[in-house]
Design a protein around this ligand. Structure first.
Ligand SMILES: Nc1ncnc2c1ncn2[C@@H]1O[C@H](COP(=O)(O)OP(=O)(O)O)[C@@H](O)[C@H]1O
Ligand SMILES: [Mg+2]
Length: 436
């Protein structure tokens, strides 16, 4: 029987890095001739990256064989990518892996790896339905991963160098996005395939007028995303500070800028930036008799990019926080962050109630996502990971996120989105990203 103790299982198949390990671990090193484990085999495999464009074109001509081949792609890709991440965790010193939050993540990944690696080839729609149930279970179960990773990384901040911890966190989060993207895309394609209004009797279920191909929203309009996220940020603020005067959000520039993107990713980033701005302005002006200054969002479209500049007059970022803005593992507010993070796993379950109404109209269906739970948390629940995680999301699709703080005045955030029109750039970028 498999041991339920993560540390014991971890010792059993670890390739120990001598310089970083502890004596108790070294004593238990596996003999050099030990047989290769399933994890060894899967960790040898390369991830097969997929681009946003591939996701879109693949789903546009959705036939039964394509759906089945999408299922098999996910079936082999998930255990491969999980194996790589399990290896990453194993590279950490034992004392870090033994942290309860990190070992919980390790256990979840290991369980998912074991579950997916034994699924036989998917050959029929019935097989696919069962496979989708397993996928949904995994997505649900893994909702606790982000807060646990964040807590683990904070608690272990004195055991490993902060830079190494941040690198580890970035790698795991990026890989987590990649797994969720392929899993959610397949679920969305299956949903489209099964929907009665989607050319039920036709062999080729292509719908050239569809706005969504799986999870990819083809007509992501920057202005609408800003307005929608702005309303959510304002509503959340209104709920927690009823007397506050809220800043207006003004959108200017290229108001028609439209591009394909995974909507939940963009909404997460823009949502976090606007939350920060609304909160800073409200805090600065809460005692003022005058209405607070507006938050100004400028949208700029170039042939390859859409750039959004979010400018507020909330007084800028406090000096003591500035050097740690992009770090998951260091900074002056560790204790508060840890306490607040401890409240998130319970929230993730209930936050599904708080869905943005417009999205229900835009989409035929909806399924839960951990981003929504994090996005709808109350503004006073400071987790200190809004900015670093937004940057991970921005960079995932080859974009970038920068902040300029003008002390005493306000903040300008620059979000650059890659419109993904350039095929070469896309291929290299995606390959590099999935290599993590
Ligand atoms: N626009 C802003 N104006 C002033 N301070 C900001 C702004 N954006 C971020 N900050 C500061 O940076 C900190 C970290 O932000 P973030 O990563 O979003 O985490 P959180 O909002 O959960 O604390 C915030 O707590 C706040 O002190
Ligand atoms: Mg924030």
């Amino acid at each position: 029987m498999r041991s339920s103790c993560p540390a014991r299982r971890w010792n059993g198949f670890r390739r120990v890095s001598q310089s970083r390990c502890y004596s108790s671990v070294r004593e238990q090193q596996p003999p050099p001739w030990r047989p290769a484990t399933a994890l060894d085999e899967w960790a040898e495999r390369q991830a097969r990256p997929i681009s946003l464009r591939q996701l879109t074109f693949f789903g546009r001509t959705l036939t039964e064989p394509r759906l089945i081949s999408s299922a098999n792609y996910v079936r082999t890709e998930l255990p491969t990518r999980l194996a790589h991440r399990l290896r990453d965790i194993q590279q950490l010193p034992y004392v870090v892996v033994a942290n309860p939050h990190l070992s919980l993540v390790y256990e979840l990944y290991y369980k998912a790896f074991e579950r997916f690696r034994v699924i036989p080839e998917i050959q029929s729609l019935d097989d696919n339905d069962r496979f989708c149930d397993i996928l949904r279970d995994m997505l649900r179960e893994h909702l606790v991963v982000i807060p646990n990773l964040a807590m683990g990384v904070l608690e272990c901040r004195n055991l490993v160098s902060p830079n190494e911890m941040d690198k580890f966190m970035n790698t795991l989060l990026r890989a987590r996005i990649s797994r969720r993207v392929i899993a959610e895309q397949h679920l969305a394609l299956t949903e489209t395939f099964n929907s009665p209004w989607h050319f039920q009797d036709s062999h080729d279920r292509t719908d050239l007028n569809a706005d969504f191909v799986g999870e990819v929203f083809l007509k992501c309009k920057a202005k609408q995303v800003v307005e929608r996220c702005g309303r959510v940020a304002q509503d959340l603020m209104r709920r927690t500070s009823s007397t506050a005067q809220l800043p207006e959000i003004i959108v200017q520039g290229h108001l028609d800028a439209t591009f394909p993107y995974i909507l939940s990713h963009l909404e997460y980033i823009v949502g976090e930036l606007l939350r920060n701005s609304v909160q800073a302005v409200v805090e600065k002006y809460h005692a003022s008799p005058h209405p607070p200054p507006p938050i100004e969002v400028l949208i700029c479209e170039t042939p390859q990019h859409v750039i959004m500049r979010i400018s507020d007059q909330g007084g800028g970022i406090p000096q003591e926080i500035l050097p740690y803005l992009w770090s998951f593992s260091k900074g002056p507010r560790t204790q508060t962050r840890l306490e607040n993070l401890g409240r998130v796993p319970a929230m993730a379950a209930t936050m599904q109630e708080l869905k943005v109404p417009e999205r229900k109209v835009e989409r035929e269906s909806w399924h839960e996502g951990s981003l929504d739970s994090l996005t709808s948390r109350p503004p006073n629940l400071r987790l200190g990971m809004g900015l670093p995680m937004s940057r991970v999301y921005a960079e995932y699709w080859a974009g970038s996120l920068e902040l300029h703080s003008l002390e005493g005045y306000g903040v300008d955030a620059f979000l650059q989105i890659c419109k993904l029109g350039n095929k070469n750039e896309q291929v290299t970028t995606r390959a590099a990203m999935d290599a993590v």
